[in-house]
Design a protein around this ligand. Structure first.
Ligand SMILES: Cc1cc2c(cc1C)N(C[C@H](O)[C@H](O)[C@H](O)COP(=O)(O)O)c1[nH]c(=O)[nH]c(=O)c1N2
Length: 217
C-alpha cells in the first residue's frame, strides 16, 4: 500500500503535535468506539517475537482514581526531596499528572511470561518485552492525538499503589499509567521546554556516522 503525500503530512502532523497532557482536560465523555480505536492502535504495535505482552486496565471510577492520586502525591513529595534546593520549587510548581481530571485512566502492563519462555528475539535481551509494551503505548499516544485526545504518562507512582488499586498480579510488570481525555487545546512545545527546565537537544549532536564519537568535546 502506497502512502500518499497528504497521508504522510497527516502522520507528521500527529507526531509533531503530540504532547504529554496533564491539564486542560474536559469532562466530555470518550465514546467506546474511540477508546476501542486507540486500544486497537496499541495492540497493533510491534512486539518481540509477536508476543503481544500487554494488557490494558481501563479506569474510570472516581474512588480508584482517588487512590491512585494519593499514591502520586506521596511519590511526588518523595521525589521533590531529591532535587537541589533551587530546582525543588520549580519542580513543585509543575503539574505532572491529570489523574482526577482526565475521564479515563489506562494502566498498561507487560506479561513477561506470555508466549514464553522462549520468544524469538528475546533470548539474548530479555527486556525486549518491556520495550514492546512501550511501543504499544507510543502507538496509543499517537492514535489519541489523531482523535484529538490528550494523553499524559504519569510515572510518579510506586507500583504497589497501582497493584493494589487495580488488582494487578505480581507476575505482571507495570509499564505506565496514562491519563486520557478531550482537552481545550494542545501546547505547541513540551511544557518542560517552555518553562526552561530543559531544551530540546540538537539532533545533529546525537547522530553519529559509522561509529559513536564523543561530540561533547
Ligand atoms: C516514560 C515516560 C514517563 C513520563 C513521561 C514521558 C515518558 C515517555 N512524562 C512526559 C514527559 O515529561 C514529556 O514527554 C516530555 O517533557 C516531552 O514533552 P511532550 O511529550 O513532547 O509534550 C511525564 N510527564 C509528567 O508530567 N509526569 C510524569 O510522571 C511523566 N512520566
Amino acid at each position: 500500500m502506497h502512502i500518499n503525500q497528504a497521508e504522510r503530512d497527516a502522520l507528521y502532523k500527529v507526531i509533531y503535535s503530540r504532547r504529554d497532557v496533564r491539564k486542560d482536560f474536559l469532562s466530555t465523555p470518550i465514546n467506546d468506539d474511540v477508546i476501542q480505536r486507540i486500544l486497537a492502535a496499541a495492540h497493533h504495535a510491534p512486539s518481540v517475537g509477536f508476543s503481544q505482552p500487554w494488557d490494558f486496565i481501563l479506569v474510570s471510577k472516581e474512588q480508584t482514581k482517588q487512590a491512585i492520586k494519593q499514591g502520586y502525591q506521596a511519590a511526588s513529595e518523595e521525589s521533590a526531596k531529591l532535587f537541589a534546593d533551587d530546582k525543588r520549587e520549580t519542580y513543585q510548581s509543575f503539574k505532572l499528572e491529570g489523574i482526577l481530571e482526565a475521564p479515563l485512566g489506562i494502566c498498561v502492563t507487560c506479561d513477561r511470561e506470555r508466549n514464553g519462555p522462549v520468544v524469538i528475539g528475546r533470548t539474548i535481551k530479555p527486556e525486549m518485552d518491556l520495550y514492546s509494551t512501550v511501543c504499544a503505548i507510543q502507538n496509543m499516544w499517537l492514535a489519541a492525538r489523531a482523535e484529538n485526545l490528550g494523553l499524559g504518562w504519569v510515572s510518579i507512582i510506586h507500583d504497589e499503589v497501582l497493584r493494589s488499586a487495580l488488582n494487578i498480579p505480581e507476575r505482571l510488570e507495570i509499564i505506565g499509567y496514562l491519563c486520557i481525555g478531550y482537552v481545550s487545546g494542545f501546547e505547541d512545545k513540551p511544557e518542560l521546554e517552555q518553562f526552561g527546565w530543559l531544551e530540546r537537544e540538537n539532533l545533529s549532536q546525537l547522530v553519529h556516522h559509522e561509529q559513536w564519537s564523543d561530540k561533547t568535546k
